[in-house]
Design a protein around this ligand. Structure first.
Ligand code: AMP
Length: 439
């Protein structure tokens, strides 16, 4: 089986490692040179990940049969539709289906139209004046989001990044003046609670859930600082999270299933992994965001413990094969991202990273390269998240400890890590917060 993977981050490296455990030939397209993916690929095309012509040409020349797209930008550019036309089966959504992520308005309107649970009050605007008028009149706190893609960094929430109404208005003006995320804005009701991620695999009709994961968006320890793409995440051996009940999880899965059915009814069936980000509130899970792909970092947690061959899941998602079950090892995982100094505000890239891969493996941890490049014989940091370190263990405590031991073998003079992720103290804080929210 010849498979093309698109993307050069840690999420894609995790996907490539999972594929490498199946007996497949991997071809990769990426804009950077990810050493982990390069090591596994038969051939690499180094180009922009939304360069459709170059990618199609590469796929044809190499007789590619299946494709898997990691990041959102190529999905938004319609790469799946283009590969589909060439007869290449994609385990990722078409342009139309990917609107569930690429347009936050499309997602909210779909959920409203089909009466799906977990929606939040929202309104979207094409001009700053109307948006400002709206935030002046609503009585609840709000989240301000550019409608289009912003790499997880465009959202600001009242009481978090936005102190008061003045700051909220200033941010709305900034979005329109700088044309952030397409220069349209969606204002959502702020949901209060604890966030969690429920991802699923789907072939457009059937769904296999993945273990629950909790990400940490804030740049700094103690959950403060700017929102980032995610600084790290954890998952537990039983697939649950310590503050989520079975009922909450069932609800989240049924919301994602309803969205997949709604997309099918809209004649844009969705194939691939789907990512549901939820806020667990006193009234149950509310939808924060749906993504048309794996989450990053969450992909690293689940793919590390995926025991069903990923290639079989890919074939099933494209419609080319049947699949009875998707299984995961009963192990906890803790992922902490090594990021360049300044990440979240202004990254300082270009610093050499040295690491001892064998020593990391021996600690019960594994690494996935992210935004790094190879310069000469050295690995240097890029502007985004550099390396995901995943500790694996029977318990969260063991996984967290193995992750830290793994991190001790990575050296660089300009990196940062949120060491609090997956610690007993931070997890307890989440449990206590949820108890307080539920009353
Ligand atoms: P997003 O890019 O939509 O995932 O948003 C980034 C972060 O902003 C989320 O992880 C949440 O912490 C926060 N956020 C987004 N929307 C809301 C909302 N409606 N209520 C509360 N927090 C939100």
């Amino acid at each position: 089986m010849k498979i093309l993977t698109i993307g050069g981050g840690a999420r894609e490296h995790a996907a490539v490692e999972a594929l490498a455990r199946s007996n497949v030939e991997i071809y990769s397209v990426m804009k950077n040179m990810n050493p982990g993916i390069e090591a596994r690929a038969v051939k690499v095309l180094n180009t922009n990940e939304d360069d459709i012509d170059a990618i199609c040409d590469f796929a044809i020349k190499n007789y590619i049969e299946f494709a898997f797209v990691g990041p959102e930008a190529p999905l938004a550019a319609g790469i799946v539709d283009a590969l589909d036309e060439l007869g290449i089966k994609c385990a990722s959504p078409s342009w139309a289906a990917a609107r569930i992520e690429t347009s936050k308005t499309f997602m909210r309107e779909l959920v409203t139209k089909y009466g799906i649970d977990g929606n939040l009050e929202y309104a979207s605007f094409d001009d700053a004046e109307s948006a400002i008028e709206y935030v002046k009149t609503v009585t609840h706190k709000v989240a301000v989001k550019p409608v289009g893609l912003t790499g997880g960094k465009g959202v600001k929430v009242q009481g978090d990044q936005l102190k008061d109404l003045d700051e909220t208005i200033a941010y709305i003006k900034e979005i329109f003046e700088n044309n952030v995320g397409g220069g349209k804005v969606i204002i959502e009701e702020k949901a209060e609670g604890e966030e969690f991620t429920q991802m699923v695999f789907t072939n457009g009709t059937d769904v296999f859930p993945m273990p629950l994961v909790q990400d940490h968006k804030r740049a700094y320890e103690g959950d403060v600082g700017p929102n980032t793409g995610g600084m790290g995440s954890y998952s537990d051996a039983d697939g649950m999270l310590p503050f989520v009940t079975e009922e909450d999880r069932e609800k989240a899965i049924s919301i994602v299933k309803d969205i997949i059915s709604a997309l099918k009814a809209e004649k844009c069936p969705y194939r691939g992994p789907m990512y549901g980000q939820f806020m667990l509130t006193k009234d149950g899970p509310k939808i924060i965001e749906i993504n048309a792909r794996f989450g990053d970092p969450e992909a690293m947690n689940v793919l590390t413990v995926l025991s069903t061959p990923f290639a079989e899941i890919i074939r099933w998602m494209t419609g080319a094969a049947r699949l009875k079950t998707v299984e995961f090892l009963p192990k906890a995982t803790v992922c902490k991202y090594v990021v360049p100094r300044g990440y979240g505000v202004k990254s300082e890239p270009g610093h050499t990273i040295s690491l001892d891969r064998e020593a990391i493996d021996n600690e019960g941890a594994t690494i996935y390269y992210g935004s790094v490049d190879i310069v000469g014989a050295k690995i240097v940091t890029g502007t985004s998240r550099s390396i995901g370190v995943v500790g694996v263990g029977d318990t969260l405590a063991e996984a967290e400890s193995n992750c830290e031991k793994g991190l001790s073998h990575i050296k660089c003079d300009a990196i940062e890590v949120r060491h609090d992720i997956g610690t007993a103290a931070l997890i307890q804080k989440r449990i206590d917060h949820m108890k307080q929210i539920r009353g």
